[in-house]
Ligand binder design. Structure first.
Ligand code: GLC
Length: 473
């Protein structure tokens, strides 16, 4: 089977969020099970050119859009068994950021049109196209409204994955004809209309053969207004075709036994993990003391991630006697606030604003508790990485966090973490106090450490579920 992934980001080329991890990793597992896999991305300025050293331009053609004839180049790279295609047009993609421009409708509309054109220009024999999030939502719409009866397009099946329903790609209705060359009737009769605009995300949901999201709990949440951000009615109409498949993490990249980014490798030894904690406390200029709970946040700093529960309460948190490390970037206000608190309380708060893969690994290895109080979390990746390193997640019960973090039960000894339900600081604080009480009982904490290491969220299982889904189409 030939599966083509279409997305706006994928590791190792370009990443702003978890979407990049999924599109970077899932294809590798599908290749391993004997499938042909291709991935198509925009050719952004910020892709490290060393990664593209062996790539070459294989085709160029015109794309008609905005009343103009626009250049589209297709650059091909074969790497680790996967065909990567990069859509090149410097006026759209040679910019400092990858999202957030006034013409994002044209930029990603162009990306979608170029992918559709590429299929016949390269005579790609694809069975399934797996599109992801709003940037690639219109692909299936273009297929069913414009391309499906032409040679090279017959019998393509469509999967669309919602990684984040809060980003809906909402643009003026004129996109329908101006960019996609479709009849405005499709808008006026409601098919393409959403909130009196055109939504890239909504059309992905309407036209795909199957819709997935990244955890079973989030698949249920998407039927409710609280989580579907206005899309609940559209999604309910397609609920028969909606499935939740949990993301995995890369068990080779995140392996405490072989990880070269951490000081001391370990498998089941809690003592060795504590040596990583010591190194981290030194690095942060904290007091080095294995009995002080070291708590981490590794996250994009945005409202979705529950940073609102942390920043205003930071003094209360550190008064519980913890040391707090934050790694991430995002909204400027949160970044400034965290820098301020790190300056004010250098013995208890350390903030690295930005991203460092090396420090991320050291945090997963060296901390005791990972905090993830997300307002919503379709899957979440950090909590699964934390578990892999025996770091105990404390999460809000939502989406993939509910599916991966099983609250500790002091009567049965089961569980690999802690969780709270209501999105407020009081609940978080009560559960953190409870976790810290368990932390002081070394037998309990050892048990939690072992339970965490036993949790298994690798791509092996998840990629099998995707394959079954593709085959069922
Ligand atoms: C989005 C979601 C996150 C998920 C990721 C990958 O970033 O917010 O929960 O893990 O996509 O699917």
């Amino acid at each position: 089977m030939h599966i083509l992934f279409a997305a706006s980001e994928a590791v190792p080329f370009i990443k702003t969020g978890g979407l990049a991890d999924v599109v970077g990793e899932l294809p590798q597992y599908l290749v391993k099970s004997g499938n042909k896999v291709s991935v198509v991305l925009p050719k952004y300025k910020s892709i490290n050119s060393e990664l593209l050293e062996d790539s070459k331009l294989v085709k160029y053609f015109d794309v008609y859009m905005n009343n103009a004839k626009l250049y589209a180049g297709i650059i091909h790279l074969f790497k680790d068994g996967i065909n990567y295609y990069f859509v090149d047009n410097e006026s759209f993609f040679y910019r400092d950021q990858i999202y957030g421009y006034d013409d994002d409708d044209s930029r990603f509309g162009f990306f979608c049109l170029s992918i559709m054109e590429m299929i016949s220009h390269l005579k790609l024999d694809v069975d399934v196209i797996h599109a992801n999030d709003w940037q690639t939502g219109p692909l299936a719409m273009l297929y069913y409204e414009r391309y499906h009866q032409y040679p090279y397009y017959e019998n393509i099946k469509w999967v669309f994955t919602i990684h984040n329903p809060a980003y809906q790609g909402l643009f003026d209705k004129n996109v329908v004809s101006r960019i996609f060359g479709l009849d405005m009737n499709l808008y006026h009769n409601g098919t393409l209309r959403f909130k009196d605009a055109f939504s890239f995300l909504k059309v992905g949901i309407v036209y795909a053969n199957k819709i997935t999201t990244v955890s079973p709990t989030h698949a249920k949440e998407l039927l409710e207004p609280e989580y579907a951000h206005g899309l609940e009615n559209v999604i309910r109409l397609r609920s028969q075709d909606l499935v939740g498949i949990l993301n995995g993490i890369d068990y080779k990249k995140y392996n405490p036994l072989t990880d070269s980014k951490i000081g001391v490798n370990y498998r089941n030894s809690y003592r060795k993990k504590l040596l990583n904690k010591k190194a981290l406390q030194e690095q942060c200029h904290f007091k080095v003391d294995e009995n002080i709970p070291l708590v981490a946040i590794v996250s994009r700093l945005t409202w979705q991630k529950g940073i609102d529960l942390i920043v205003p309460n930071i003094e209360n948190l550190i008064n519980k006697g913890i040391q707090l490390i934050v790694l991430g970037s995002g909204d400027k206000q949160y970044e400034d606030d965290l820098r301020y608190f790190a300056n004010k309380f250098p013995q208890s708060v350390y903030a690295y604003i930005g991203f460092s893969d090396e420090l991320a690994h050291q945090i997963y290895a060296g901390t005791d508790i990972l905090l993830m109080p997300s307002l919503f979390e379709p899957c979440g990746i950090s909590q699964m990485i934390a578990l892999r390193y025996g770091t105990i997640p404390l999460v809000r019960e939502t989406g993939g966090l509910s599916d991966t973090v099983i609250p500790y039960n002091e009567y049965t000894g089961e569980g690999n973490g802690f969780s709270f339900r209501n999105f407020d600081y009081k609940d978080l604080s009560i559960v953190l106090d409870y976790a810290l009480k368990q932390y002081n009982n070394k037998d309990v904490w050892n048990l939690l450490f072992k339970n965490a290491l036993k949790s298994n969220y690798s791509w092996n299982q998840s990629s099998k579920k995707y394959l079954e889904l593709y085959k069922s189409l």
